[in-house]
Design a protein around this ligand. Structure first.
Ligand SMILES: [Zn+2]
Ligand SMILES: [Zn+2]
Ligand SMILES: [Zn+2]
Length: 497
């Protein structure tokens, strides 16, 4: 019995659904996967035997779909969720022990610190609900006005997502130059802080720097959070480890209180003098507000203040990692050339003014040269997450795993925001020591194909398969022997799934 004739529309639909269902299987809810064409073969290094062979030719539409892996929730909710989970897992291992980090690490003196930026002028704010109700923004009985005649009070109760939040009450009073300079120099201020902290700790222990270094190491994990006003805050785990890192306790009689005292002291005393337009010098410091929460496994996981549980700290850090600068109307990818360019892109007036101030810093000193490449992050030049080498051996192992993974992975386009944390488990489970992967991949585009393109691609992939099968049969006939067929393993390489 022959199948009923399909109409053209039905045929297109069926071909497209073949592509769709396999793409969905591979990309698992990623909104903008990367499409690749190519193949890879896994070979046992000692025997030369082909362990696995995989080619995008075997996919219904001839494409291999790779998840975008973007950590930012606004770009891809699915990949961001996965990234957050992986980040939490890794950070938890670093804090509470797990994987290759001993659980004794949780006994080392450790604190969770939030370093803030100073105020550059009054902004509208969302105040956390007290008794279930958000407090007024800036209630002032005397209703003062600034020199430009704008009110310096605001009685509105802004929700957290109110676009007014973070916008200055008066943009003329707001010190955009100081804001831009502070943001640019924040990583330097951080370095000064870490040096001052070590000096302070050595002094508290009554040791020379040299003796201190042989007794303890200070480890950091620092995650950046952009505030609504467009300035970064640093959320940092600061921990005292032994001289060899997290595997040994510090060989010092210092408690977590000593550590926190030293953090406060160092943060209050570091500064950096930087040039600003008009031949002036600006002295940069941390904001006065410095929150410290002792990290201890013996506390509740939901405390809003006071001591924090390692898992809770990991959750905070993972959450900050998935946020970014898109809230300011800035592009999440690609370069931003100027304040005007930002305005055209739909950036908030506040962000545009801030970028303008950054532009004015560029010509005044060589140190600001590279600032012009950082307008898209409002002048911030650091990474979303940084950690000192000693923080956790898991991160070290991760780097190796990641490198191996990159070699195995297809050559991705430079703008592919390849997730970093995800791949370790897959790399771990593979027998990477004994096999080599030879592959060649080409970037074919981004996103899922639309119906017509998916149908076309599936049709061409099918035709190509038929042609290859015919060629093989022909070759086999010529050789007059058993088909010289490459064994195409039925186990599709999981790496792209
Ligand atoms: Zn994605
Ligand atoms: Zn307000
Ligand atoms: Zn004003």
């Amino acid at each position: 019995m022959s199948a009923p004739e399909l109409t053209h529309a039905e045929l297109v639909f069926q071909l497209a659904s073949l592509s769709r269902s396999r793409a969905g299987e591979q990309a698992r809810g990623c909104v903008n996967p990367i499409r690749l064409t190519g193949s890879s073969t896994t070979i046992n290094a000692s025997t030369g035997e082909v362990v696995r062979a995989y080619s995008s030719d075997d996919e219904p539409d001839g494409h291999t779909y790779v998840r975008c892996g973007n950590r930012r929730a606004a770009v891809c909710p699915s990949c961001s969720r996965e990234y957050k989970g992986d980040a939490w897992h890794l950070l938890s291992c670093g804090l509470a022990g797990g994987k290759s980090v001993p659980e004794t690490v949780a006994q080392h003196p450790a604190t969770f610190a939030t370093f803030t930026a100073p105020s550059f002028g009054a902004v509208h704010r969302h105040t956390r609900p007290a008794n279930g109700r958000t407090s007024p923004c800036r209630a002032r009985r005397d209703r003062p006005r600034c020199p430009h005649g704008r009110p310096l009070s605001c009685v509105r109760r802004h929700d957290a997502d109110d676009p007014q939040v973070g916008q200055p009450l008066c943009h003329e009073c707001y010190d955009y130059t100081a804001h831009a300079a502070w943001q640019w120099w924040a990583p330097q201020l951080w370095r000064y802080f870490t040096m001052a902290l070590r000096r302070r700790l050595a002094r508290a222990a009554g040791l020379s720097m040299k003796a201190f270094t042989s007794a303890a190491k200070v480890s950091y994990t620092r995650v950046v959070e952009f505030q609504a006003r467009g300035v970064v805050h640093f959320h940092v785990v600061i921990r005292l480890d032994g001289p060899d890192g997290p595997t040994t306790p510090p060989q010092l009689p210092l408690t977590v209180t000593d550590l926190e005292d030293a953090v406060r002291h160092a943060a209050a005393h570091v500064h950096k003098d930087v040039p600003i337009p008009g031949g002036q010098t600006l002295r940069l410091r941390w904001g006065r507000q410095l929150d410290l929460r002792t990290i201890t496994p013996g506390t509740g996981r939901d405390n809003q203040a006071g001591p924090a549980h390692p898992h809770q700290v990991a959750a905070y850090l993972a959450k900050y990692l998935t946020k970014s600068t898109e809230d300011f109307g800035l592009p999440v990818a690609g370069k931003l050339y100027s304040a005007g360019h930002a305005a055209k892109h739909g950036a908030t007036p506040h962000a545009v003014r801030l970028i303008k101030a950054a532009q004015q810093l560029v010509p005044i000193h060589d140190d600001y040269q590279r600032l012009k490449d950082r307008y898209a992050t409002l002048g911030y030049r650091g990474h979303p997450i940084t950690k000192s080498r000693a923080y956790s051996v898991t991160f070290g192992a991760l780097r190796t795993a990641r490198r191996q993974w990159r070699q195995r992975r297809a050559q991705l386009p430079t703008d592919a925001d390849v997730r970093d944390v995800l791949d370790v488990d897959q790399a771990d489970t593979e027998d990477t020591a004994t096999t080599v992967v030879v592959g060649s991949w080409r970037y074919a585009g981004r996103g899922y194909l639309d119906t017509a393109a998916a149908a076309n691609a599936t049709r061409s992939a099918n035709l190509a398969r038929i042609r290859r099968a015919e060629a093989q049969t022909f070759a086999a006939g010529v050789a007059d022997g058993p088909a010289a067929q490459e064994s195409v393993g039925d186990s599709r390489e999981k790496s792209y799934g």
